[in-house]
Design a protein around this ligand. Structure first.
Ligand code: NAD
Length: 439
């Protein structure tokens, strides 16, 4: 075992500076966004050089070609990825996305984020992520099934309840998880429900999974407001994104007494300073698919939504929306990151200067993976919990994790994001030290 992996070393003297930093310069490169936060936390923790190197490299990166026969008989080949960033604390856990702009850097960053996220909420998973470069809008249902099954069989060696457990992400859903579970089970010659989470309830999914991320983000907003001594009743909230995370957060925050003054989706943004009626918006989207055209609110720009005067801003759509270009204009007192990576590292500094309290993604949206963990536990135990049990356990993990991150932040005089990274890196590093380096 080299000295840097010693199981007894608690305060190593040598910290490492990333040698290849110049390779990742763009503000919106997701791997850079992850790595610059990681670097800061690793420095504050005086992480020794050996562990630093281990933790900044993904354990395994799989690139596969996925041939699919289209309905017209033509065969097209798509590129797919699966990255296992770390499995030191348990099986890799992370979603699969189907999108035209998937890149290996993005999948690596997302797999790393999953590693830190699972460690922040202290569930026994590592981090992984997958993706296929494709435009699923151009696929029929049958083509999507063929793509999913062929991709699953291509990454079969990494998958398994004890090694790597996917979940839905952008453009994948319960239906896709059911195909993955079936393909894996056919290869194993028996039904393996715990190989994916986010499945339909009928085949081993968990009650409460669909609402879990929005519910968890609501708990994070409540805890942040409490710490900033802002009453939740009447707190004005702007939410970017009105899909799974954004719309459910809107519903729960409204129930808690907040006033949802702005929401947006890919079609545009809506504003009403007296507060929008979330149930009415949900009904509109059910009938019209998008928010645009909703007649009972003012249409505003995305910039106006992000910079609206409010207590809480919840970015719950896509990456890189709060950047060095707009951070100075943000007027919210709290930002609760429902999406993964909505804020760039350059924007962090500006938000800090403005004393905006940012609840980072790896804490704020960890409700989803927490209930995925519950699903995996229930599948393996073959014993299913009622909704109240799921929600109570989610609540207690979110509140405890928020407390632990806030305590870390106070102890080291850092913001919540740096504290969350420090807490999670410390937890992953501790297991590395205990396990030692297999030579
Ligand atoms: P979704 O597809 O259900 O919803 C995304 C929403 O964002 C849609 O309303 C879409 O119209 C909107 N949107 C897309 N581009 C936009 C833009 N440029 N401006 C404004 N709105 C835009 O996705 P989701 O599951 O709600 O995920 C949202 C984010 O939360 C993603 O970053 C995802 O990785 C993250 N997340 C999701 C979960 C989960 O359990 N669903 C868990 C953790 C993190």
């Amino acid at each position: 075992m080299p000295p840097s992996m010693s199981t007894t070393e608690t305060h190593p003297t040598q910290t490492a500076i990333r040698g290849d930093k110049d390779t990742f310069l763009s503000e919106d490169n997701p791997f850079e966004a992850m790595m610059s936060r990681f670097d800061r936390a690793a420095d504050l923790l005086h992480l020794d050089a050996g562990l630093y190197s281990v933790l900044r490299h993904p354990e395994k990166q799989v690139i596969v070609s996925v041939p699919v026969q289209r309905d017209n008989g033509n065969v097209e080949v798509f590129t797919g990825y699966r990255v296992l960033y770390s499995t030191v604390r348990g099986p890799g856990k992370g979603g699969i996305r189907f999108a035209p702009n998937v890149t290996l850097d993005e999948v690596k960053a997302l797999a790393a984020w999953m590693t830190w996220k699972c460690a922040v909420v202290n569930i026994p998973f590592g981090g992984s992520k997958g993706g296929v470069i494709c435009d699923p809008d151009t696929f029929s249902n049958a083509e999507l099934e063929r793509l999913t099954r062929r991709y699953t069989s291509a990454i079969m060696e990494t998958l398994g309840p004890d090694s790597d457990v996917p979940a839905p992400d952008i453009n994948t859903n319960e239906r896709v998880m059911a195909w993955i579970m079936d393909t894996y089970s056919m290869h194993k010659r028996h039904t393996v429900t715990a190989v994916v989470t986010g499945k339909p309830i009928e085949m081993g999914g968990s009650l409460g999974r669909r609402e879990a991320t929005g519910r968890g983000s609501t708990i994070a907003v409540r805890e942040a407001l409490r710490r900033r001594e802002i009453p939740i009743h009447g707190a004005r909230v702007a939410i970017q994104g009105f899909g799974n995370v954004g719309s459910i957060a809107a519903k729960h925050l409204e129930r808690e007494g907040c006033s949802i003054i702005a929401v947006s989706d890919v079609s545009g943004a809506l504003y009403d300073k007296r507060g929008l009626d979330v149930e009415d918006l949900l009904a509109w989207v059910r009938n019209h698919r998008f928010l645009s055209g909703y007649p009972k609110a003012e249409a505003v720009t995305e910039h106006e939504l992000l910079t609206a005067e409010c207590e809480v801003l919840v970015p719950a759509a896509v990456e890189n929306v709060i950047t060095s270009k707009n951070a100075a204009d943000i007027r919210a007192k709290i930002i609760c990151e429902g999406a993964n990576g909505p804020t760039t590292a350059n924007a962090d500094r500006i938000l800090d200067e403005k004393d905006i309290y940012v609840v980072p993604d790896i804490l704020a949206n960890a409700g989803g993976v927490t209930v995925s963990y519950f699903e995996w536990v229930q599948d393996r135990g073959g014993y299913f919990w009622d909704l109240e049990t799921v929600n109570q356990r989610l609540e207690s993990i979110m509140v405890r994790s928020f407390d632990e991150v806030a305590t870390m932040a106070e102890r080291h005089n850092v913001n919540l994001r740096t504290a969350a990274y420090m807490l999670s890196i410390e937890r992953v590093a501790a297991v590395h030290r205990l396990r030692g380096l297999y030579a």
